[in-house]
Each structure stands twice: as structure tokens, then as C-alpha cells.
Design a protein around this ligand. Structure first.
Ligand SMILES: C[S@@+](CC[C@H](N)C(=O)[O-])C[C@H]1O[C@@H](n2cnc3c(N)ncnc32)[C@H](O)[C@@H]1O
Length: 184
């Protein structure tokens, strides 16, 4: 992945139209990899659904999915700021906007009954503030690290070499303990 593309992913203001509100679709195989490890009881809210890349795979796997996004990208309910809603969910699965990753996780803690799966850069594990606000709550149960780097060819327009490491962070609202690190 070229430097400019990394900047795009992390939300740097390289090209305003393509990364407005941090839009990158999660590759299908990355979603399937999660579903091979975790099952979700009840409904699922994809609360930053983009063009539905993640939601479509969840539906294909027979989950009852509600999809919404702040921006109209041609899929799901639009104009919905996840951070301002009061809707409840059994589970939340999303690839949140990078710049709001903490806020999305904290909001999800407030409104989710079962599990939360967030797709983040692996470096999300770092950070004093995050440790204090999020990890100390001990809901984080599993971290699934992609052994092979994930690429975002479709939206970056070029085949990337995947210089960033990604992982699924799975929280269980009934769990209190240390997380397990897994490789997928
Ligand atoms: C990294 S993209 C992921 C898209 C989709 N979840 C996927 O995995 O393919 C992040 C999405 O978050 C949306 N977004 C940004 N801020 C938001 C907010 N406050 N509430 C809801 N969605 C938001 C963007 O419009 C964008 O579609």
C-alpha cells in the first residue's frame, strides 16, 4: 500500500471526496474470518454500514441485520449519527470511522446486550486513554489478528501490499476478564 493510501485509510485529509467520513469497505474475507470464529445471538446492528459490504456478508450468513450510516452511500438507513442515537442492539458489528473508534466503542458499550465486534488497526491495543476508558472495563474477550495483511484494493483503486495490521476486537458484555489473542 502506498504512503498516500495509508494516509487515506487513517483519515488524513489527502483527498477530501474519497475518504470523507473515513469511508473504507471491509473486504468480504475479513468478515467471513470473523464469522468462522464467533457466533452472535440475536440481532446485529451495523451502525456505520457504508455501502453495505459488511452487512451483506452478515445477511448471507442468515443474521438479522439492521444497517445505518451517517452518510448516504446507497445502503441501509442514512443520516443516522450512531453517537447520537438511542437505539439498542443485541450485537454490534462494524468497521468504525478511524477518528471516532473510541467513541463508537464506548457508545456500543452503552447500548449492546451481547457482543460487539470492531474492526481496527492492531495498534488500537495501544494508548493510555484507551486503556483507561475501554480496556479496563474488561469486556474485551477476543482479539483476532490477521496473520496476512488486509488490503483495501477496491476503494483505494490500486492493489495494495497491506502495510497496516488489522484485527477484530470482540467484546462480550457478559464477560469480565482478560482478552485472548488469536490469529486468523
Ligand atoms: C471505515 S468505513 C466502514 C464502512 C463499513 N462499515 C464497512 O465495513 O464496509 C466507516 C463508515 O462510518 C461512517 N460514519 C462516520 N461517522 C459516522 C457517525 N457519526 N455515525 C454513523 N456512521 C458514521 C462513514 O460514513 C463510513 O461509511
Amino acid at each position: 500500500m502506498q504512503i498516500e493510501n495509508i494516509q487515506r485509510y487513517i483519515g488524513a485529509d489527502v483527498s477530501k471526496d474519497r475518504v470523507k467520513d473515513d469511508f473504507y469497505s471491509t473486504p468480504q474475507y475479513a468478515v467471513q474470518a470473523l464469522l468462522q470464529q464467533e457466533t452472535f445471538d440475536g440481532n446485529i446492528w451495523e451502525c456505520a454500514c457504508g455501502d453495505g459490504a459488511l452487512s451483506k456478508i452478515l445477511k448471507k450468513n442468515n443474521y438479522n441485520v439492521h444497517s445505518s450510516d451517517l452518510i448516504d452511500r446507497g445502503y441501509g438507513e442514512t443520516g443516522i449519527d450512531f453517537l447520537l442515537t438511542n437505539r439498542k442492539a443485541d450485537n454490534i458489528i462494524t468497521n468504525p470511522p478511524f477518528k471516532l473508534a473510541n467513541e463508537f466503542t464506548l457508545k456500543a458499550f452503552d447500548i449492546t446486550k451481547n457482543k460487539i465486534a470492531m474492526f481496527h488497526k492492531l495498534s488500537y491495543l495501544e494508548g493510555a486513554k484507551r486503556q483507561e476508558q475501554i480496556f479496563k472495563k474488561k469486556y474485551l474477550k477476543n482479539v483476532y489478528v490477521f496473520s496476512k495483511r488486509v488490503t483495501f484494493e477496491k476503494h483505494l483503486g490500486k492493489k495494495g501490499s497491506g502495510m497496516l495490521a488489522f484485527a477484530w476486537f470482540v467484546y462480550d458484555m457478559q464477560y469480565q476478564g482478560l482478552p485472548t489473542l488469536n490469529w486468523i
